[in-house]
Design a protein around this ligand. Sequence first.
Ligand SMILES: Cc1cc2nc3c(=O)[nH]c(=O)nc-3n(C[C@H](O)[C@H](O)[C@H](O)COP(=O)(O)OP(=O)(O)OC[C@H]3O[C@@H](n4cnc5c(N)ncnc54)[C@H](O)[C@@H]3O)c2cc1C
Length: 255
Amino acid sequence: MWRDLVVCERVQQSPDTVAYGLARPDGTALPKALPGQYISVQVRLADGARQIRQYSLTRAPRQEQWGITVKAVPAGTIAGVGIPAGELSNSLHQNVFEGDYLSCSLPYGDLILHDRPDPLLLVSAGIGCTPIIGMLHYLARTNSDRDITVLHADQSPGRHAHRRELSDLVEQTPSARLIHWYEDLGVRSSTGTVRRGLIDLDDIPIDPRVRAYLCGPPVFMDVVRQHLVNRHVPQAHVSYEVFGPDTWTPTAPAA
Ligand SMILES: Cc1cc2nc3c(=O)[nH]c(=O)nc-3n(C[C@H](O)[C@H](O)[C@H](O)COP(=O)(O)OP(=O)(O)OC[C@H]3O[C@@H](n4cnc5c(N)ncnc54)[C@H](O)[C@@H]3O)c2cc1C
């Protein structure tokens, strides 16, 4: 199940995110991955313990190279109590560079983009962009003519990992459109496609047949999911990924 892949690329995507390109050391094809899937990465930490974490594939289904992007989880406080910095994400940022090896699993995951003609809504926030980037690579490569709306929310343009790649992929997919929301837009003015503030779907056309894929913090996904359900999108058409233990219980839609 585990295989050592070589880090062939390391790109600082934003102050707290690093993208890694991973390949087989002998250059042969990697196992097939479906758009939206993730791999597990196993790392021996400084205390000798082996830890495993999951990272969504940003380049699926390319078979010559996989891509993952890791956000370094900072130390902080919750309700006044200090919590430590994330172990594995910070270890990767500090210790893993081009030419190093990473022990990786096969691709897994149920958040899979199925080939259907229905309109598509891809919604992400922060590091939740990763499976969506993987899906958009697939849609661009297959010249998809699905009606695609891509919505992304982030702190600021400078902290938005894969910002340029997201815009480029949407441009390569003629039937796709993109709107960003940034909490901090700096001195820039809000436009129709780059907006200031938190995500707001009120003026976004939503076809009730849409297939929606969500990835971001649970609070964000709650807001988006509730909005979709209120606009008559069946709950079964809304798929999501939680970047942590899947204890998310979506709140019931407003009556
Ligand atoms: C399917 C899936 C896909 C994912 N894809 C991505 C991706 O593409 N990119 C990405 O960056 N991440 C992704 N993740 C998240 C990733 O797997 C890791 O959870 C993340 O990198 C944090 O791991 P860590 O070891 O750095 O943090 P950990 O050390 O596991 O810590 C996690 C959190 O727990 C807190 N914590 C730790 N110890 C304590 C304690 N004693 N008391 C209180 N709080 C504590 C930490 O402060 C931190 O906030 C994904 C997760 C899943 C399940």
